[in-house]
Design a protein around this ligand. Structure first.
Ligand code: KG4
Ligand code: ZN
Length: 461
């Protein structure tokens, strides 16, 4: 009943006020009704009911709503395709069932963030043990919430690369066994590909498009040509931005600030930076000598560590105490990281233009990965896109950090394209995890060979 009423309202919002306002209305609705949060995607004219998915706010971030989402199936005549996705590449154990229209039937997520915050970083054997302890319950809960049995699933998709080997092994071995026992096809998933494709679940976006993937383990500028064809335009030669934020936050002892105690490093820095001056401290510009799209965050991290030591001496700060200009330091560090991301993305856009890699009338930049939750980074990239004629697209923050939904959706994309689906039992048994694995062909040398000089850097505040 509640869903039917909401649905009628949403249709009229969409008809009269357009897509963006519809999304805003959805979020407002979700704030009013704590138990039910609706996200939507639509084509330009009419929203398909099947494209609405329900998420419940509870200990797990997503789950089927109180109303059976199967009521919204496309038509009785066509069998709906379903993929079960499993994620264990780092410190989140996630599982979800997604259908071919992007409806999330159910999801479960067990995040290890608090444990790792206590240890001051991820300890791989600890992460592995926690995955092993939780995976069965997470998968069963996601199936239960979806209201479907394993028999009704068409394929099992699992993150097998890249990531922490011990963590990847838990999901991969569990998923393989599940697929073999239930006689289902297995779809091996590349974690970064999943981050990059998530947006296609909630937005109408066709290939090709440019993607900036920023997480705790990666910093990548890639071109998405199709579900299984990617080109790397630039990537980090050392730390990832999330890593630089997490290590910086640890050294700044942000966990000792009560309001930040349960936040990830990136979240805590964004939170404190809101009231700081981004120009208070200068940081070096990484990679300024090289006219390519390569990232490097280690230099910024070391500059921050030096600055903290200097400020601790200056303010005579000892033990677990915090330096007084903490907000200015966070704002300046966040600004330096953002500037590097914006500049390399700007050069990637010029490269695409020179090589004619994207259709000029339909330029799109997708921002994804855990660091894409950061609103300051989002708005700086929005400014870049406004200046360069691109449209910026980001998945909702809860789909930017690791989760099972993105793996299930990537599985569904591959299932629909019948690309990388493994049917043979022996071939499933032979699947191995890969700690490192490039997402596609590396074009870094080609970018560098052009020596692209930027006439005017896009400015943001
Ligand atoms: O994608 P993700 O969940 O896991 C990896 O695949 O690495 O990304 C986690 C990273 C962490 O480094 C965390 O500090 C960062 O995303 N992160 C943020 C924010 N929320 C999470 N970074 C900046 N601002 C945020 N609001
Ligand atoms: Zn990730």
């Amino acid at each position: 009943m509640m869903a039917a009423l909401a649905w009628t309202k949403l249709q009229s919002v969409h008809r009269y006020f357009g897509h963006n306002n519809l999304l805003k209305a959805c979020f407002r609705y979700s704030q009013k009704h704590e138990d039910l949060c609706i996200l939507s995607k639509c084509n330009n004219r009419i929203i398909q009911p099947v494209n609405v998915f329900y998420t419940r706010r509870s200990t797990v971030r997503y789950g089927a709503g109180t109303i059976d989402s199967r009521n919204y199936s496309t038509s009785a005549s066509r069998k709906r395709q379903l993929v079960l996705g499993i994620e264990t590449s780092c410190d989140d154990t996630g599982a979800s069932v997604v259908d071919d229209q992007g409806v999330v039937l159910g999801e479960a997520l067990n995040t290890q963030q608090k444990v790792h915050l206590m240890h001051g970083g991820i300890i791989p054997p600890v992460a592995c043990r926690l995955h092993a302890e939780n995976i069965e319950e997470v998968v069963n809960t996601s199936l239960k919430r979806s209201g479907v049995s394993l028999e009704e699933i068409d394929a099992v998709a699992v993150t097998v690369k890249p990531g922490l080997p011990l963590s990847l092994s838990v999901g991969t071995e569990y998923g393989k066994q599940l697929a073999l026992n239930a006689r289902k096809p297995f779809i091996p998933i590349h974690h970064m590909e999943a981050h990059a494709l998530t947006v296609r679940m909630v937005e109408q976006i066709e290939f090709p498009f440019l993607v900036l993937l920023v997480s705790g383990g990666h910093s990548l500028l890639v071109l998405a040509h199709s579900v299984d064809r990617w080109s790397i335009i630039g990537q980090s030669i050392d730390d990832a931005p999330g890593e630089a934020l997490d290590k910086g936050a640890r050294r700044l002892k942000l966990r000792n600030i009560p309001e930040c105690s349960s936040m990830s490093g990136g979240q805590a820095i964004e939170h404190l930076a809101k009231e700081g001056n981004p120009r208070a401290y200068d940081f070096p510009t990484p990679m300024w000598k090289y006219r390519d799209c390569t990232f490097s965050f280690a230099g910024l991290k070391h500059a921050l560590l030096k600055l903290i030591t200097k400020l601790e001496e200056e303010f005579e700060v000892e033990g677990g105490n915090i330096i007084p200009p903490i907000r200015d330091v966070c704002a300046s560090y966040q600004y330096a990281i953002t500037k590097h991301l914006v500049r390399q993305t700007q050069r990637a856009m010029v490269y695409n233009d020179i090589r004619g890699l994207l259709p000029k009338e339909n330029l799109k930049l997708v921002l994804s990965g855990g660091v894409a939750c950061n609103n300051y980074i989002r708005s700086a990239l929005q400014k870049l896109c406004e200046t360069t004629g691109y449209q910026l697209l980001c998945p909702p923050p809860k789909l930017c950090t690791d989760n099972g939904i993105m793996i299930a959706w990537n599985g569904m994309e591959r299932w629909k394209a019948q690309s990388g689906v493994i049917y043979d039992e022996e071939a499933i048994k032979d699947i191995n995890i890969q700690a490192k694995c490039p997402i596609g062909v590396d074009l870094t040398e080609d970018v560098r060979s052009l020596g692209i000089k930027i006439q005017k850097w896009v400015k943001f505040r």
